[in-house]
Design a protein around this ligand. Structure first.
Ligand SMILES: Cc1cc2nc3c(=O)[nH]c(=O)nc-3n(C[C@H](O)[C@H](O)[C@H](O)COP(=O)(O)OP(=O)(O)OC[C@H]3O[C@@H](n4cnc5c(N)ncnc54)[C@H](O)[C@@H]3O)c2cc1C
Ligand SMILES: *[C@@H]1O[C@H](CO)[C@@H](O)[C@H](O)[C@H]1NC(C)=O
Ligand SMILES: *[C@@H]1O[C@H](CO)[C@@H](O)[C@H](O)[C@H]1NC(C)=O
Ligand SMILES: *[C@@H]1O[C@H](CO)[C@@H](O)[C@H](O)[C@H]1NC(C)=O
Ligand SMILES: *[C@@H]1O[C@H](CO)[C@@H](O)[C@H](O)[C@H]1NC(C)=O
Length: 550
């Protein structure tokens, strides 16, 4: 129980809420003159950490609090899993290596792109002339090929063979997204517990079942589920429907208004940090230790130590190699993550139709998604790629190969998602050209290749409770949201939420100091920046009489 709630109520001071509504713009009345700058450390410069920094800075400024925000990032880039690499090392050819797409209901990203004047595109992907746009391959045949220039849903709706399933799926997706969007607004936002807010907005009975169960319960036919929806959960999360939960399944179907920031989504996060924080790249946080005065000493792997009032961990704890000393009240669960191989390569060749059992002369679709054969059933086994051996192959760009002789050979840039490293045997097969074992060569069938192994996202097994957001006094965690939904937007939402929780706590504690001033001599004594001490009594004891006043 929080001491403050009954205290505030007893004194008819609904704290930050009333404070904001009453039109006070700053904390001048509440804030003791000597209230010093709040020192905030954020570990991780991905979507979560950048958004936390950005909104913390905005919210603190609005509340008249000076927040000094430092972001520590162990890699050499901002953006985390949202990052680009340059084809042929050419800075004019950046390609998304991780998160590539966000959608129009992603309000934080859409509005940030606008605020920072970043241009976005919905479809700048080249495709071979006359090639179908999308095909769903099961290892034996394409179960679906679409070509029309209109959107996914318009196309799907026309598919008589799926009956009402596309329409039902669309309306189920809309109602699910509607519930999710409640998390952005009062009274759900800000939320102290993800488990509670998920329950409150009606999403736990969707996260608590598999995609397969959720679709069945909503009368969506097996064929549409297997052909289309599972192709989508596989390309987005490398998971089949009997594994991935219902909510993440619906996220995969919410593809309307898909876009990306030109030259890289990471620019959103870079701009957020530029506007709000000091960022140290190439700096790994090795340890945080809680001090007797409740501040945190943060030590980097090179041995530098500094002191902070608040620490926000914006990376999955299990991969952070961070030591928290002493262990926090709540330790996040260790959960299995997908190990996803992303392979980018450039080639002048189109995919070989015979590798996909098409007649020579046919064109392979620009996006090859995959699903299982009718007789393949992996249940909830995470190793369920099936006979296709890969999750997707798509053409994501085109460019002029600066390494070729003669220079500037026109080439396609491909992206493959797979559970195993892609080798030259596989590449030779899909291109119908002999690819030498060493892979790239300036004039060869592959002029540039890049391999990346990600811990990309959790296996989204059904669950109804999620990691705590506040791990301990002064210590917050954003990555628990990944087993709910793992996207740039949801990490950014959690960053924004944590920012608001932190500022609200500051406002509350300043309000307590104000109370102390007026109640001086009546037994309450404030230890600045530390908390309450009731002479000789513990928090629980003080709550009773105050509660009784309600
Ligand atoms: C291949 C792939 C495709 C994806 N596709 C999409 C997509 O299309 N759309 C979408 O929205 N999402 C997509 N995602 C998911 C999305 O990338 C993630 O959900 C999101 O980017 C997570 O952001 P984050 O800030 O929570 O974590 P991260 O981006 O992982 O950021 C955490 C940061 O913390 C740093 N760090 C960790 N430990 C320490 C330490 N001890 N000290 C200092 N720094 C530390 C890391 O280096 C990292 O930069 C994809 C992911 C992958 C891998
Ligand atoms: C915090 O910032 C967000 C985004 O700017 C804004 O919507 C919200 O009202 C702010 N809250 C406070 C308390 O300033
Ligand atoms: C981080 O390290 C990389 C590679 O080691 C280096 O190229 C880059 O300049 C460094 N960046 C900073 C800001 O120190
Ligand atoms: C974005 O562009 C508008 C109009 O062109 C300009 O007023 C604004 O300052 C720009 N914002 C940023 C962050 O560059
Ligand atoms: C989820 O629970 C709510 C009530 O809590 C109910 O109205 C709704 O039908 C349930 N949805 C599913 C898919 O079970």
């Amino acid at each position: 129980m929080h001491l403050l709630t009954p205290l505030a109520a007893a004194l008819s001071l609904p704290l930050s809420e009333a404070f904001r509504r009453s039109g006070h713009e700053t904390l001048d009345e509440l804030q003791p003159q000597e209230m010093s700058a709040k020192r905030v450390a954020i570990i991780g410069a991905g979507a979560g950490g950048s958004s936390a920094a950005y909104y913390l800075s905005q919210n603190a400024t609005k509340a008249g609090i000076h927040a000094d925000i430092t972001v520590f990032e162990r890699s050499s880039h901002i953006g985390g899993r949202s990052t680009t690499v340059n084809a042929w090392s050419d800075p004019n050819a950046p390609i998304e290596l991780g998160a590539s797409i966000f959608v129009e209901v992603n309000h934080i990203l859409v509005s940030a792109a606008k605020t920072f004047n970043l241009s976005t595109s919905s479809d700048d992907r080249p495709k071979p002339d006359g090639a179908p746009e999308l095909g769903i391959w099961n290892g034996e045949e394409f179960v679906l090929v679409t070509s029309a220039e209109d959107g996914w849903w318009d196309k799907a709706k026309l598919l008589w063979r799926y009956g009402l399933a596309p329409i039902r799926t669309n309306s189920l997706m809309r109602s699910t997204v509607g519930k999710f969007l409640k998390m952005y607004e009062e009274p759900a936002f800000p939320f102290k517990s993800l488990s509670d807010v998920a329950e409150q907005v009606g999403l736990t009975n969707i996260t608590g079942v598999t995609g397969e169960q959720f679709l069945k319960a909503n009368s969506i036919g097996d064929q549409f589920a297997n052909d289309v929806i599972q192709a989508s959960t596989r390309v987005n999360y490398a998971q089949n429907l009997p594994l991935i939960h219902g909510l993440e399944t619906m996220v995969c179907m919410a593809a309307s208004g898909a876009m990306s920031v030109d030259r890289g989504n990471w620019q959103i996060f870079s701009q957020m940090l530029k506007a709000s924080a000091t960022t140290h790249l190439n700096t790994t946080v090795a340890k945080i230790s809680k001090q007797a005065d409740k501040t945190y000493a943060l030590t980097t792997s090179s041995g530098d130590t500094s002191i902070f009032d608040i620490v926000i961990l914006a990376a999955p704890l299990q991969f952070s190699k961070l030591v928290i000393d002493p262990a926090p009240k709540h330790v996040p669960d260790q959960i299995p993550y997908v190990k996803l191989h992303v392979t980018l390569f450039a080639s002048p060749h189109k995919l070989d139709p015979t590798a996909f059992k098409l007649d020579p002369g046919n064109l392979v679709p620009q996006f090859v998604l995959t699903t299982l054969l009718p007789n393949e059933n992996y249940g909830s086994d995470p190793n369920g790629v099936g006979s296709t051996g890969f999750f997707s192959i798509s053409i994501v760009g085109a460019g002029l190969n600066p390494r070729s002789t003669p220079k500037n050979r026109p080439e396609y840039i491909y992206k493959i998602f797979s559970p195993k490293r892609i080798d030259s045997v596989f590449l030779s097969k899909i291109l119908g050209e002999h690819v030498p074992e060493e892979g790239e060569s300036a004039n060869g069938p592959i002029s540039w290749i890049y391999h990346k192994l990600w811990h990309s996202y959790p296996y989204e097994y059904p669950r109804v409770t999620f990691d705590e957001i506040k791990l301990d006094e002064g210590l917050f965690y954003t990555s628990g949201i990944e087993s709910f939904i793992s996207t740039m937007e949801t990490s950014a939402l959690m960053g924004k939420n944590v920012a608001r929780l932190v500022v609200d706590e500051w406002i509350e504690s300043a309000a307590k100091q104000k109370i102390e001033v007026s109640e001086a001599g009546e037994g309450l004594k404030l230890q600045p920046e530390v908390g309450w001490e009731f002479k000789g009594l513990k928090d629980q004891e003080i709550q009773k009489p105050l509660k009784a006043k309600l």
